[in-house]
Structures are given as C-alpha cells and as structure tokens.
Write a protein that binds this ligand. Sequence first.
Ligand code: BGC
Length: 353
Amino acid sequence: MKKILALVLSLVLLMACVSVASAAGKVGVAMPTQSLQRWNQDGANMKAQLEAAGYEVDLQYANNEVATQVSQIENMILNEVNVLVVASIDGSALGTVLTQAKEAGIPVIAYDRLLTDTDAVDYYTTFDNYKVGQIQGQYIVDKFDLANTDKTYTIEFTAGSPDDNNAGLFFAGAYDTVKPYLDNGKLVCVSGQLDFATVATPAWKSETAQARMDNILSAYYADALTGGQTLDICLCSNDSTALGVTNSLVAAGYTTENIPVITGQDCDIANTKNMVKGLQAMSVFKDTRTLAEQTVKMVSSILAGETPELNGEYDNGVKQVASFNCTPVFADVSNYESLLVESGYYTAEQLAE
Ligand code: BGC
C-alpha cells in the first residue's frame, strides 16, 4: 500500500513538473542550416538554455532552403508557439509567414540576422556586425602599420551572402576601415574587385569562395611564387569563406611561410586549427552562448509582458527594430586558448589535430 501511495505521489509530482515546464511557454527556434558549424552551436545553446528556463522548444534547421524555413515556421505557428526566434536564410523572404505570426499574436525575435522588409518583427538579438568588419579591417591596418609604412601591399576581398543583411555590414565595417589606404595607394586591389556585389559569396559557401579565389590567383597572381606579383592580404568576412580561400591558396602551393594574411570570423574549429598552424591570421569570436543567453532573457521578458534589455536598433527597411547587440572579440593564436578553451567553448581535444 505504502509503495502504491509513493508511486502515486511521484506521478503527481512528475505531472506538476511537466505542467510547470510547459506553463512557461513554447518557443519555436528556426535556424538556417546545420552545414555551417556556428548554427549547430547556436541551436544547441538556445535549446539547452531555453529548456533550463522551463520552456518547451521546437528547434528546426532548414538546410539553407527558404521554402523549408517558411514551412517550418508555418508549423510552429500552427503548433501555437508563444514566441518565434528566427535566424533567417534570406532575411527579406519571410514577410508572408511572419505576417501570419503577427496575426496570430506571436512575437518574433530576429536572431543574429535581421529580418528585413517586414513590420512583423519585434526585436533583434545579434552582435555589433559593423564592428566585426572594423575589427578585421583594423587588424590589417595595424599588422601592416599602414599609417606609417612606405610600402604598398596587395589585398583581395571576399564577402558573405548577398541575402544576409549581416554580410553587407561586415563588408562595410572592414572596407570603411581600410579605405583610406586604398585611397592613398598603400593598399592595392590588383583584381579591382572592390564592390560588395562582386566579392559576395552566395550562401557563404567555402567551395564558392575557393573557386573565386582560384580564378583571382590564376588571373592576377599566377607568378606570385616565382618572383611575380604577390598577394599579401585576403580580407574574408567569415571563417567559411576564409576556409575556401585558404584551401585555394594551399592548393596553389602556398605554405605557412608565404600564405597571405587571411581574416575570418566565428572561430570555427577548422579555422582555429588553421590559426594555430599559421594558415589563418585572425578570426572574430562571437560567443554564441552569450547570444543565446540574451535571447532567452528577451523571451522571458516578452512573455512576462516586460520590455526586454535593449542597446541598439537596426533599420530593416520598414521599421527601426530594437536590438540587443553583443560584443565581438578579436581572436588569434595568442589568445585563442583563453577565449575558446579555458572558457569551455571548445575542449582541447576538439582543437587537436
Ligand atoms: C553570421 C556569421 C556567419 C555567417 C555564415 C552570418 O549571418 O553572423 O557569424 O559566419 O552568417 O553562417
């Protein structure tokens, strides 16, 4: 009898816990793709932190296909999520489904990438994206002492996906920082490919960045390793494009001895290993744990009917979207251990060859 009573009591307790968990609410998290490392981390962090805060989570990845992301969000609306968190593939392509969310009274948070050309977005959590580009550009200015040198250095640019609002901001931050030196001739872009549309990389694909760099190398720097025109700097907006550019250079015969200075962003594992090896010069660390934490706080505030913590705003073409911008941090071989390993972001094993 006692045993039965204990069993009934634990069942009641369990049911109480379950109802407390779902009482906190249901959150739909729409992520772009599992093919790039960072989104797996973002998704995992969001799910873990939301669940720890008592929310039920529907986490979906859309394989970089807009139609898939639209139908995933439609399902989340049908399943009556209380809040939607969306990291878009194409920030301007979700207007219709976001309007459905708005009509259903579901608040929408744009995650990392701005949702543009719609009024059906409430808030935005991200990093200071222009600053990311500035960190990359300033690294080049300092590394080559451009303010004081008499030398001329060559530079090629590789930017991100044209459908990602962040890509233009990263490029602008970097370009604006190095522009004075393009103007005074201390930096020369031999290919002449300087505008965002020309240097962009659809879907941020490593293979696409690699193929473009193959073409640039053979058209403008074919004799670089035999005394001809050298290439000093590859300013890449993120790690997936940096990886493609690095692969192109290595395939063309460059080694750690003579590889151009390559910038990146995200501290992906493959790129961090390349920094340690001396193949990539720097990256920008955006701690996805912090972004997830801010987003979870935002979800909780919204559901409590409070105004979330905000520190910026972005124009999405239709409205000013209030945002919380986390801070990006410079990373290279000198600080990666404290930033990435000691902080528990990666284990030493993950970064071992
Ligand atoms: C993110 C970057 C990422 C890129 C490709 C951007 O929107 O902000 O961190 O490298 O997408 O996934």
